[in-house]
Design a protein around this ligand. Structure first.
Ligand code: 3PG
Length: 306
């Protein structure tokens, strides 16, 4: 049985060591394809793999066609918008994610980006504080919950909107539920995005919504670039010179954002929310264990293409 780790953006070495231990203890073979630069390398490496562990790596119909022995793909992380789920099902390949395993890392980065933005990108000028400000968490999943936990320590008042999460789960976490995205943006000084990229959410963060934010509103995106309507956000930021945007998911129009809004826009050069040794260990080893469990007991608990 061959388990491939295919990561264009590699895990920390300590996480790969942990994955290897899980795989080899189960009597399987580990193959590594790290930092690959073109799709053909993935097509070659996956040809004889029984299972593959990925991060944001694209698993589309062409990759699945090339993967003649593949039974399972595990996205070591939360968002699985990089896997063509219908094609996986058509190829009889089980697709899973590892929910929650890297969420603290992403949440810590979201708070770090907030501090950076309210301190004027660390340019030495007088900024503002997070204490006493209203934080809106857009989607109260694993990352959103961690953001709430950390933001409490900063003394922020925390609100959340999530159509799929009951109010009780928010109130139990000391968070005030609101019942529409509009209400969240209208209420909050800072909005932190934690929605997945789906047909429903793509382009949904638009001028009308962000334009509801109070003066000096700050939008933080550690989720996916696709959820932002970039043209409209640019238009809004041109009209509202008080609005700031910081992202761990670089916009397609990064150069334009940088030129137009030098002092109130920042994006990381490469998505790094989950780039910590801890997150790599947690998500990578969870992925390896889920594969072993799937092959040995048939467990499909984290399957996302049912
Ligand atoms: C996720 O969905 O788990 C995060 O966006 C992290 O993605 P990454 O593994 O590509 O860093």
């Amino acid at each position: 049985m061959k388990i491939l780790v295919a990561t264009e953006k590699p895990f920390a070495k300590v996480a790969v060591d942990g994955i290897r231990e899980v795989v080899e203890n189960a009597g399987y073979e580990l193959a590594l394809l790290e930092k690959y630069t073109d799709k053909q390398q993935l097509l070659n490496a996956i040809a004889d793999a029984d299972a593959v562990i990925i991060r944001s790596d694209i698993i589309d119909a062409e990759v699945l066609d090339a993967a003649k022995n593949l039974k399972i793909v595990v996205r070591a992380g939360a968002g699985y918008d990089n896997i063509d789920l219908a094609a996986a099902t058509a190829h009889k390949v089980v697709a899973m994610n590892t929910p929650g395993q890297n969420s603290n890392a992403v949440a810590e980065l979201a708070l770090g980006l907030m501090v950076m933005a309210v301190r004027n990108m660390y340019n030495g000028t007088s900024g503002t504080e997070l204490m006493g400000k209203k934080l809106g968490i857009h989607a109260f999943g694993n990352v959103g919950r961690n953001v709430a936990r950390i933001a409490k320590g900063f003394g922020m008042s925390i609100y959340a909107y999530d159509a799929y999460c009951p109010d009780e789960a928010m109130t139990a976490a000391g968070v005030t539920p609101v019942h529409s995205a509009e209400e969240l943006y209208k209420t909050c000084d800072v909005v932190s995005l934690h929605i997945p990229a789906t047909d429903e959410t793509k382009n949904s963060i638009n001028k009308a919504l962000v334009g509801l934010m109070p003066k000096n509103g700050l939008l933080v995106n550690t989720a996916r670039k696709e959820v932002i309507n970039e043209d409209e956000l640019i238009e809004l930021m041109q009209e509202r010179t008080d609005i700031k945007y910081v992202a761990d998911v670089m916009p397609a129009a990064d150069a334009k954002f940088r030129t137009l809004f030098a002092d109130r826009y920042f994006a990381t050069p490469k998505k790094m929310g989950a780039q910590t040794a801890e997150a790599n260990i947690n998500a990578g080893i969870a992925a390896a264990k889920q594969i072993v469990d799937f092959f040995t007991t048939g467990n499909t608990r984290f399957q996302v293409n049912k």
